[in-house]
Design a protein around this ligand. Structure first.
Ligand code: SOE
Length: 405
């Protein structure tokens, strides 16, 4: 039986545009139960030459430099925003007002004020068919099988009461003084530096894994290299955002948490790690070993066998998403987290069930980002403004319950 068509327009075609394009191309190949036939219809950008090349390479049927014209089309159902941070809110609002469903890159906004505006528009938005518009933020790491398994274990109480979260996201590409300035290093275009880029993922993962919110934060930040050469080769630009921002937090159940986001940790490329300690056990997940989950249980009866164990979270019968791909233990990678994310969004679109993280989650995340940035700048503890009451997200889709061998 043929499925309804979902035509997509994607704005932006750099690193994230490439990752999203791949998800649109692959989702029907791996998720037989996806309720739509996804069509990568139009790639949108500003500069026709490179845009055309990207559209061909990434598999888009058409390309356009005119977003307004694309938004007027009745045959476009979903608009995806993979542009620099300063346009996430305005483009999302434009797409919602045109009656489209919207997926947006993280962080949702430059600040919480902007994010609140977007949440309000999204709540009221209707598609041209008069249905509520559906929205989501691309916090893709939630949907690594091992991370989703960790969330399920925590939700089932295997860790008991959560006491600590310890999370780091370490990169080193800004150690290189010759790396030119870009939108990622200017507050006007990115909001904050490593903080909004990397800590945003840690905040999302903490909220996802523990179901807890953030009460108060204190932090420090540093910009190690304050001037960089301009990308066009002409002169120097000031760097006015952090190269690194570290913060402490008290979570809503009293748990204590620490976070470190940096682009100046030599040798660390995409070291995105989180450890959660509870009264009955601990879990640790590191993206660079994304298919594995470290788990410790205080209940192990044999003292000789007590210790952290490594679970290969690629058993299709029990681990979420794993059974969509290859036989047990045939590992997956970065790009699959985006495919999983999209598959869940499509299911939610068809069923009407919630999709998380949505824009309300994006706002909650932004409120923590803003508070930690303010704390670092003022050198004080700051209470996190929580303008909404959110339920914790469900841990993950159920496993496919099958092995493909
Ligand atoms: C760059 O630091 C970056 O691409 C982030 O923007 C992504 O969100 C992260 O997943 C990888 O690193």
């Amino acid at each position: 039986m043929s499925k309804p068509i979902l035509n997509v327009a994607l704005v932006g075609y750099a690193f994230m545009g490439r990752a999203h394009s791949n998800a649109y191309r692959q989702v029907n190949r791996f998720f037989a139960d996806a309720p739509f036939q996804v069509v990568p219809k139009v790639l949108v950008g500003r500069t026709a030459g490179p845009l055309k090349l990207a559209a061909e390479q990434f598999g888009w049927q058409e390309y356009s430099t005119d977003l307004s014209a694309v938004l007027k089309r009745d045959d476009i159902h979903l608009v995806d925003i993979a542009t620099p941070n300063d346009s996430h809110v305005s483009l999302s609002i434009q797409a919602l007002k045109a009656g489209k469903h919207v997926l947006t890159e993280k962080p949702l906004a430059l600040n919480a004020k902007e994010a609140r505006q977007l949440v309000a528009v999204a709540k009221a938005a209707r598609t041209s068919a008069g249905k509520p518009a559906r929205v989501g933020v691309w916090h893709n790491y939630r949907r690594a099988p091992a991370a989703s398994t960790a969330a399920a274990l925590i939700a089932e109480g295997k860790l008991g009461e959560i006491r600590h979260v310890r999370a780091v996201y370490l990169q080193d590409w800004l150690l290189d003084e010759s790396c030119p300035g870009s939108w990622r290093m200017t507050a006007k275009t990115c909001g904050s530096g490593a903080h909004g880029d990397l800590n945003a993922h840690l905040i999302d993962m903490t909220r996802f894994l523990t179901g807890l919110e953030f009460d108060e934060v204190a932090g420090i930040e540093q910009t190690f290299i304050k001037k960089r050469r301009n990308a066009d080769g002409k002169g120097m630009v000031d760097v006015d955002v952090d190269d690194a921002l570290l913060f402490l937090a008290r979570l809503s159940n009293g748990a204590l948490a620490s976070f470190e986001g940096t682009r100046a940790a030599a040798g660390r490329k995409n070291y995105n790690q989180i450890e959660v300690n509870g009264t009955k056990g601990s879990v640790l997940w590191n993206f660079e070993r994304m298919n594995e989950l470290q788990y410790y249980s205080v209940d192990e009866q044999d003292a000789r066998a007590k210790g952290f164990r490594t679970i290969m979270a690629m058993d299709g019968a029990v681990h979420p998403y794993a059974g969509q791909y290859w036989p047990d233990g045939h590992v997956i990678g970065y790009e699959h987290t985006f495919i999983n994310h999209l598959a869940d969004f499509l299911s939610a679109l068809a069923s009407g069930d919630e999709f998380r993280p949505d824009f309300a989650d994006g706002l909650a995340n932004q409120e923590v980002l803003d508070a930690a940035l303010k704390a670092a700048k003022t050198r004080r503890w700051v209470t996190v403004e929580r303008s909404q009451k959110l339920k914790p997200a469900k841990a993950a889709r159920a496993s496919a319950g099958k092995s493909l061998l």
